[in-house]
Design a protein around this ligand. Structure first.
Ligand SMILES: NC(=O)c1ccc[n+]([C@@H]2O[C@H](COP(=O)([O-])OP(=O)(O)OC[C@H]3O[C@@H](n4cnc5c(N)ncnc54)[C@H](OP(=O)(O)O)[C@@H]3O)[C@@H](O)[C@H]2O)c1
Length: 321
């Protein structure tokens, strides 16, 4: 595995982050059950992956508890654990969602309990909360850092002007600042290149893209998109409308030429981007994870990158309101 630094935190993370959204107790639908999830996490550790991303809302806490139980077998010094807060954890309780002090403090404690940890390495706001002043959210997160419940804070998909406001507020009020941006970014969706990525670059914020394989769209020829349970249910329109079909064909062509998988080409593209810290890869098997780990050794030339990017067309923003 190759390692890099997470934003300006000084924390060292693997260049591949394991996304834990597919981990559930029963493995229903496209998800992976507890036993297989644990095998994936164990294999990740074996491969040198130390960076794990989950969220309180992933199957209402099941993902956090599976991750915490699996990592309990290892020294706590090894993993860098990231989780998130914002979505609803109880539809009958209006304070079990959002980014108010009350919601964050409750949900942070619940996440720590499920993970079975004293400290979360990276605590992220899952989206912007239009009902809560950003200063209240930042003060609450700052307090959590002072209490050693959280080491660093991060944010996920929002408008660049909102993220700039949050960074500015931290600076003005001398509060902990967001060290990472977890955003929707892949070869078939590059709208983040307009505003968000230049802002992150300028502010030395680590970029940890979600859906780096476009949820599977970049992992097999587009004619086979419905071949898996997830593929059958997914809506691929936002990738297709951005020139995705031709991009998919070019990923396949380059993968054949280099004798690697399409997923590896799609991930190698991320690893080629200086602004990207570590893509958060979603997997539905141990084999997918092994494939992802090997992508760190694939070299793409500048002309390969240009060839892959060329068919992209501007498309509607997807991933946040
Ligand atoms: N912050 C946010 O709002 C947000 C949103 C979404 C996700 N996330 C995070 O990002 C992570 C990844 O998201 P994602 O699952 O959408 O990402 P992804 O990595 O773009 O897609 C994962 C899917 O790609 C396919 N795949 C993966 N490796 C493969 C391989 N080697 N060969 C063939 N197919 C392969 C699988 O699809 P099949 O199952 O169809 O085979 C898998 O389910 C999540 O786990 C979560 O941690 C965050």
């Amino acid at each position: 595995m190759e390692y890099t630094t997470l934003g300006s935190t000084g924390t060292t993370v693997s260049e591949i982050c394991l996304g834990c959204m597919s981990f559930t107790e029963d493995g229903e639908g496209w998800t992976v059950d507890r036993e297989e999830s644990t095998e994936i996490i164990d294999r990740a550790v074996e491969l040198g992956i130390n960076f794990f991303d989950t969220a309180n809302v992933y199957t209402q806490g099941e993902s956090e508890s599976i991750l915490g139980d699996a990592l309990a077998e290892y020294d706590r010094d090894w993993p860098v654990v990231a989780t998130k807060v914002r979505g609803s954890m109880d539809e009958d309780n209006p304070n079990a969602e959002g980014l108010s002090r009350k919601a964050i403090e409750q949900e942070l404690q619940n996440s720590l309990d499920r993970l079975g940890m004293d400290t979360i390495d990276l605590y992220q706001i899952h989206r912007w909360d239009y009902d809560v002043p950003i200063e209240e959210t930042l003060r609450t997160l700052d307090d959590a850092v002072r209490r050693n419940q959280v080491r660093s804070i991060g944010a996920s998909s929002m408008w660049a002007h909102q993220f700039a406001e949050a960074l500015h507020t931290s600076e003005l009020q001398t509060l902990e600042r967001f060290q990472t941006m977890q955003n929707h970014y892949n070869l078939a969706y590059r709208e983040e290149e307009r505003e968000m990525l230049p802002l992150c670059d300028r502010e030395d914020v680590g970029v940890i893209p979600w859906s780096p394989l476009a949820g599977g769209f970049l992992t097999r020829p587009h004619e086979e998109m419905t071949a898996t349970i997830r593929g059958e249910d997914a809506d691929w329109d936002h990738y297709v409308s951005g020139g995705g079909l031709e991009i998919n064909e070019r990923v396949e062509e380059l993968a054949d030429e280099k004798g690697v998988s399409m997923a590896q080409i799609a991930l190698a593209w991320h690893l080629h981007k200086e602004v990207v810290t570590a893509p958060i890869v979603g997997v539905s098997s141990v084999e997918h994870l092994e494939d992802a780990a090997e992508a760190v050794d694939i070299d793409l030339s500048d002309s390969d990158v240009e060839y892959l990017e060329d068919p992209y067309e501007a498309t509607a923003v997807a991933g946040h309101d």
